[in-house]
Design a protein around this ligand. Structure first.
Ligand code: FAD
Length: 488
């Protein structure tokens, strides 16, 4: 085969890698010229994710160039762009890896219909999830709503697909179609500075993180809940952008046989479970999964919402998390749960307000994971936290950040407080506050609400929602997380 054969279009989306990328592998294997392309058509992408995406696309372009190819970036409606690329290049085939979000599915369906009508061969490959949501069903034939049986079934039935090694060369077309400026997708705003120091978007960055996985897994069972240490893989943005294949990750973990491997794979199971939910309940990001929560009297309190967003609630673990998020585009999972619980249950603000903020500020922002987890904390989701679970920001801080290392890192204004008061500065004596240069209400805010009272208010509000909702939640199988020794 050579350049004179009609080229194949490879449509890359959230699969920005060469290794174990079935669309690239199978298109390259034909020996025909290939045109890898990306369409910037998503106006709803959050700021931090945009930053990540810009860097990741540059990294992918550079990797493709080393193989004699490059990335064609187009802007605008995906259907128009794919069809015009096919026309300009004379391509007769389109390869892509499956995606599962409602918007992407709708676009893909239109593209497939139009492309087929134009005589273009469509080759769709498996995506970056362990399962396709229509393949796993309960015994009654319904979608899963409870994690544990879902995970049992998935873990039993999953077989990693055959590996798709990265190509060593790609055939370029005789002429390249027009493209937008790739560098224009880079985000340079001042708020990106902390992300730039923290992360290396792209496949090489993902592989570097992956190298450190065995060391992280050694103590994953307990370390994963500690925001003060690097006890988790930090692979979430790389997975969210498909810079690493979840199948390759599974293959590697299965070979290692580390004692913590199952716990880690189970987290990947939660990632699939949320995708399963979103596929079957496409309104997961906007509607309560449990519609009884529609009657929940969420408050509107823009000043309190802003205090939460800025990390100025007066609860150090909450504020540290929110500042970590703003600075780095990432927050530790334990702290995500604490900050989310604080927003919903202490402030009685709508989980969708929190979901929107995370969507804009997370580099790993993923529709299914974000909505699924927010609804889990709110209690309105499938297999959600029971309604009576209200995270106590002080005891959670003491338990999971015992020396206050995490709080000191993100709240320099509290750095000199003695450890006994780091999670509740008001318990420091006047002389301790003075020695630490802390002036409560000035250099660091007083608590926005009294947690004990706020908890009672949340419980009363949730109970008033109706015994039906409460009863349903109380009987929901929450064993998956409830029984986890690390949970609360
Ligand atoms: C309110 C809230 C919002 C969240 N929003 C997102 C989001 O937008 N995108 C996102 O990727 N994760 C989200 N999570 C899940 C989780 O916090 C992150 O995936 C995790 O912190 C990533 O860190 P890690 O890669 O070091 O995780 P590790 O502990 O190393 O876990 C390995 C992988 O498993 C998956 N995983 C771990 N925990 C979860 C979980 N609770 N749900 C689903 N998958 C999980 C991730 O892909 C992760 O990379 C959210 C959690 C909460 C409580």
């Amino acid at each position: 085969m050579n350049r004179t054969h009609p080229p194949i279009l490879i449509w890359l989306r959230r699969d920005l890698r060469l290794d174990d990328n079935p669309a690239i592998f199978h298109a390259a294997k034909t020996g025909r010229p290939v045109i890898p392309f990306f369409v910037d058509d998503d106006k709803h992408l959050g700021g931090a994710a945009r930053w990540w995406r810009g860097r990741s696309l540059l990294a992918l372009d550079s990797a493709l160039r080393s193989l004699g190819s490059h990335l064609v970036v187009r802007r605008g409606d995906a259907l128009d762009q794919v069809m015009s690329l096919a026309q300009e290049s004379g391509a007769t085939a389109l390869h892509f890896n499956r995606r599962l979000e409602p918007r992407g599915l709708a676009i893909d369906a239109k593209v497939v219909t139009a492309a087929r009508a134009a005589g273009i061969e469509i080759v769709e490959h498996h995506g970056n999830r362990l399962h396709d949501p229509w393949t796993l069903k309960t015994l009654k034939g319904d979608p899963f709503r409870v994690f544990t049986p879902f995970w049992r079934r998935l873990a039993e039935s999953y077989q990693p697909p055959a590996p798709c090694p990265a190509p060593t060369a790609l055939t370029a077309p005789s002429t390249w179609p027009g493209a937008s400026d790739l560098a224009a997708l880079e985000e340079h705003a001042p708020w990106t500075a902390g992300m730039t120091t923290q992360w290396r978007p792209g496949e090489a960055g993902a592989q570097a993180m992956l190298q450190r996985l065995p060391e992280k897994l050694a103590d994953y069972g307990t370390a994963r809940d500690r925001p003060d240490i690097e006890g988790t893989s930090r692979l979430s943005p790389h997975l969210a952008w498909g810079e690493i294949s979840v199948h390759a990750l599974w293959r590697q973990l299965s070979q290692e046989g580390s004692p913590s491997q199952n716990g880690y794979l189970r987290e990947l199971g939660w990632r699939d479970f949320n995708s399963h939910l979103l596929y079957h309940f496409p309104r997961l990001p906007v509607d309560n999964w449990n519609r009884q929560f529609d009657a929940f009297p969420y408050r509107s309190a823009p000043t309190q919402l802003a205090a939460w967003q800025k990390g100025l609630t007066g609860y150090p673990i909450v504020d540290a998390g929110m500042r970590e998020l703003w600075t780095t585009g990432w927050m530790h999972n334990r702290v995500r749960m604490i900050t989310a619980s604080f927003l919903i249950k202490d402030l009685l603000l709508d989980w969708r307000d929190g979901e929107k903020w995370f969507w804009d500020t997370l580099v790993d922002a993923d529709l299914a994971q974000n909505a699924g987890n927010w609804q889990w904390v709110a209690g309105s989701g499938a297999d959600a936290a029971p309604y009576f679970r209200v995270f106590n920001p002080i005891t959670q801080g003491i338990k999971f950040d015992p020396e206050g290392t995490y709080v000191r890192r993100w709240l320099p204004e509290l750095a000199k407080l003695p450890t006994h008061a780091i999670h509740e500065p008001s318990t420091a004596s006047l002389s301790e506050l003075s020695a630490a240069h802390v002036s409560l209400g000035r250099s660091y805010p007083l608590p926005l609400v009294d947690h004990a009272k706020a908890r009672l208010r949340a419980l009363a509000t949730l109970k008033a929602l109706g015994t039906a909702a409460a009863a349903e939640l109380a009987t929901t199988d929450v064993s998956s997380r409830q029984n986890s020794p690390n949970l609360i």
